[in-house]
Design a binder for this molecule. Sequence first.
Ligand SMILES: Cc1ncc(C[n+]2csc(CCOP(=O)(O)OP(=O)(O)O)c2C)c(N)n1
Length: 633
Amino acid sequence: MIDESKYKILFKVDSPKDIRNLSMTELKSLCSEIRDYMVDVISEVGGHFGGGLGTVELTVALHKVFDTPNDLIVWDTGHQAYPHKILTGRRDKLGTIRQLNGLSGFLKRTESEYDAFGAGHATTSISAALGMAEASRIQGSNKKVIAVIGDGAMTGGMAYEAMNNAGVKSSNIIVVLNDNQMSIAPNVWQFHNYFSEMIAHPDYNKFKGAVWDLTGKLDSFGDRIRKVANRLERGIKSVITPGILFEALGFRYFGPINAHNLQQVIKLFEHIKNLNGPILVHVLSEKGKGYTPAEEHSQKYHAATPFDKITGKAYKVAGIAPSYTSIFGKALVEIAVQNTKVVGITAAMPDGTGMDYMQKEFPNRYYDVGIAEEHAVTFAAGLATQGIIPVVAVYSSFLQRGFDQIIHDVALQKLHVVFVLDRAGLVGADGPTHHGSFDLSYLRLIPDIVVMSPKDEAELRNMLFTAVNYEKGPVAIRYPRGSALGVQIDPNFTCLEVGKGEVVSQGKDVAILAIGNMVEYAKLVGSKLEDDKISSAIMNMRFVKPIDYKLLDEVASKFENIVTIEESTIVGGFGSAVTEYFSDKNYKNNIVRFALPDNFIEHGTQDELHKIIGLDPESIYTKIKSLVYKTNI
Ligand SMILES: Cc1ncc(C[n+]2csc(CCOP(=O)(O)OP(=O)(O)O)c2C)c(N)n1
């Protein structure tokens, strides 16, 4: 239970208007109340945590200085926007975050007029804000547009595409670079070295006092010095401002300043608010600020499960089987021991993908490329041309970023790259931006690729081994978020026959063809049908491409009723592959497809969502039962 009485100011703030008249002392108290409130609520319900603790002053300053929602704040990714949610009318709903029908964990235009742009995937903010800034220019309005982007998100190429565009157009856009040196893991942004070198330089500090004094003396004198400095040689310029890299892109650079010095941040925003042209404000913040466990272990507290707020310790959930992620990570290391050509690539998610095992065991055969999924794919293609076997582990929804690269750089050249897609299917609390709903479809349409999905963790190991040894071209393996089934693991690897499914059980009334984690659902459904004296044959198809045509022919000849089950969109995936084949062969069997519906699915637990969309064992069973009864009458 939240004790409202301890929040003297926060509970009087129902919208940003309520903070605009607060004194500096009150604003500072508001910041510490926001932090306390985040700790109180998120320790109970879990959610993204450290990023938001680091943006408290920034958020208060933005909403104080700018006229939101008329002025537009575009938060990148959105996990750091909990303080923004708290200040924009959603305080009382924070306890519902990431739960069914509750607040989204990211930004959502339909959730609030203050959410100028939906987010969830990184590195979109500058492009979106630039679009808004140009719309404002075309429409003759004087809306201010501010993109807030983290240093992690700045490792994504689209940030530079957008900045280049803004520079060329001299657009009125403010980019706030929230630099905490962390992505989820320690950030791999090369600019950090540059900044720290520049900032440490004694000449920089001498000049900074006169040029970028942020206590209010950011005057025309400073501007003049900068202009002169800009005409000097590159080396001297760099000494004067660490923002020279941004300046080259046409941005005026302000900073770096302490993101937790509220007064300073407000002052700077007030100063730059009415300046024209692209502006970059560089603030230095601390992830997890104000809550010691999150400051000390910022990677762990990027997103938190419910925890004891006094000790910071997560409440343990007992008896869970190892995750698919860890099974993959360990298997990759075992394979890499035997095969020295294997390297691992992650796009800023070493822990999330299990690539941290490679990082630890083979640091020289491990790459964190930053939040740069497109680059990860083409980089892997380059490695593959030279006989290296790259294993690229990316979440299913993030690999959408690399679609053209998979086609153009990998598949077209038949390069042997192994894609490992974690978080395939519904991911639960992260919602529609993160559900891995589309991979079977967007991969299946690519020529010469092998697409497979394991029924359990033992099969995942063998699929990985098969993929690494399949030299003819690209291979993708997809598996769900969360715990595996806890099945026995064979320490030896077995190569699977590519394109061959597995008959799990024989039957006569209905054939259930399933892929990946849905094989387990098929088994549960099969045993319930058994109780009703309906005998089902269950096929673990293993491969969506190449699909097992021989098995499909057999099934077509034996069963009137055929069911497909996949946890991927109904459009163009596994069930589509089956129905297309049946149509081509003029087979007339009844086929019912269970899959994700053709709409975006909100957040909730995986089980809740499965029930809502009818992809839970009970709903599948009920539908199959009526199908069999109907055709038997
Ligand atoms: C395209 C994409 N890849 C990966 C992620 C996963 N992800 C979420 S937040 C994050 C780190 C972002 O770091 P930064 O922008 O510095 O923000 P901070 O959390 O440090 O405030 C990553 C990698 C994502 N959301 N989108």
